[in-house]
Structure formats: C-alpha cells, structure tokens
Write a protein that binds this ligand. Structure first.
Ligand SMILES: [Zn+2]
Ligand SMILES: [Zn+2]
Length: 270
C-alpha cells in the first residue's frame, strides 16, 4: 500500500463506533500500515440525534497509553481528535489543547444550524443546491472563527454531498466555485492541510471528499498540504480505497502527504 498512515479513524470511544481500538490496530498490522491516528469524535453542544458525540478524554488517553505499550515497535500510534466546529467553540478547543497532549486535530463541520446533513430532514423542503451552498458557506465562516494554530486539517470538506438526494451527480468544483475557493484559499494562506477523506469511495461517490475537481483546484491554487484518512468506524474500512486515493492524488500532482506528531507536520512521500 502506497499510503502508510491512516490519519482519520474511530473506535468505540466515538459515539458512532462499536469497534474496540485494538481491533483497528490489528487491522492496521494486517494491512501493513506504518501508523494510525485515533481521531475520536468530540462535538460539544451537538444537537440531540440520540448519539452522544462527546469524548471521555481521560479514558481515551489511558487507553492510548496501554495500546502504545502493546504495539511498541510494531505499529506507530498517534492521538487525535475530530473536533466538531461551531462558531462559539474556539475557547472549548483551546482549553482541551492546553490540557491534553494531542498529536493531531481535525476540524470538521458536522452540524449546520442545528441540523445534521447525515439525516434527510436537512434536505427537506428546499433545493439540494441551497443545502450544499449553505454547508460550504457555514464551513468557511465557522472555520475562520478558530485560530489557525488550533487545528491541523479541515476534515471531509464537502461531505454534505454524500447525503444529498442526488449525491454528487450535479456537484462539481465549477458549479460551486464561489463557495469552494474561499475555503481552499484560506487553508493555503494559513498553511493548513486539506484532508483527503477516502470514505467518499465507500459512499459510492467514486472519489474521495473533497471530490476530484476540488482537489485539482486546490493544487492549481498552490495547495500542497494534505492529510489522508479512511474515516473508518470499523476494521473493514481501515485504509479503504487507499490505493485508488494514492493513484488519484499522484495523478493530480501531489508528491507527498502530511502526518502529525505532537502537532508538528511531517511529510511522507507517496
Ligand atoms: Zn466527520
Ligand atoms: Zn470521522
């Protein structure tokens, strides 16, 4: 496998996964990965859809310590968090960063105006296009509220297209350029990474999130920094479609990807 690190995955410490973390580590060994980063969900103040997306940090770090000892010399394990961004949450993230020794932080927008695009009611009663626009606009505006040093990468930038009635059929960089460009330019200007979330393949989009045209545009604008993750919630999806993802990224002109250790970027060539 060309991609040696999976930097977006969940275990049963995330509200929507039932996989004990050691099973992810075992699967990583099977796949021949060099390292993985457990980026558990933490979405403070999330709307109530019946799943608790807040992380028990003490348990998490305790578990990571045990796992690290268990896999010493066999698999690199890193600590991370997928933080659900909302405009009022920068102080919450700041406090967590002071308190806990994370390797890596993904900033992800999961909820827009109190609704989760994962559920159909987000799309009810309005055109798909305005839902996608609203999501991208909110993502840009919310991300800008966070000090750039508080996160390392923007997670699954256009993942809203996984759930729209027509998915990505009418979605392209060109069609949403006015909403996409500000986000890409902002990341480049601030030296932040764009995440290539391979789960788009799992959702049948035939491409990662963000989609191919967006990645091409990012490269065109001078964007080079990317992180890569499968967003697996179970072992079967760890490193899923990494071969196709690597082929696509190389075709688009990306020569390396970035992993983080103690919040410091390390580049890894394909
Ligand atoms: Zn996410
Ligand atoms: Zn995730």
């Amino acid at each position: 496998m060309t991609i040696k690190y999976d930097y977006h995955l969940h275990s049963d410490l995330s509200g929507d996964s039932e996989t004990p973390s050691f099973q992810m580590a075992e699967r990583a060994l099977e796949l021949g990965l060099s390292g993985i980063c457990f980026t558990e969900h933490h979405d403070p103040d999330h709307p109530d859809y019946g799943i608790d997306f807040t992380l028990d940090f003490d348990t998490y770090f305790q578990k990571m310590k045990q796992l690290t000892a268990r896999y010493q010399g066999r698999l690199e394990l890193y600590t991370g968090m997928e933080f659900g961004i909302m405009k009022h949450l920068p102080p919450v993230l700041d406090e967590l960063l002071r308190k806990y020794p994370f390797d890596f932080i993904i900033a992800s927008l999961h909820f827009v105006n109190g609704k989760d695009p994962y559920y159909a009611d987000y799309f009810e009663g309005r055109p798909e296009r305005s839902c996608y626009e609203e999501f991208l606009q909110a993502e840009y505006e919310t991300l800008k509220c966070f000090p750039p040093e508080s996160f390392d990468t923007l997670g699954h930038m256009d993942f809203v297209v996984r759930y729209g009635p027509n998915r990505n059929r009418f979605y392209s960089y060109e069609a949403y350029a006015d909403y996409i460009d500000p986000i890409l330019r902002y990341l480049i200007e601030k030296g932040k990474c764009l995440e290539v979330n391979a789960a788009g393949f799992k959702y049948g989009l035939e491409q990662p999130n963000p989609c191919t045209g967006v990645l091409r545009r990012y490269r065109e604008l001078g964007g080079e920094l990317i992180t890569i993750g499968s967003d697996a919630h179970e072992p079967a999806y760890l490193g899923y479609a990494f071969d196709r993802t690597a082929a696509l990224l190389q075709e688009l002109g990306f020569r390396y990807y970035t992993v983080f250790k103690k919040r410091r970027p390390v580049t890894v060539p394909f």
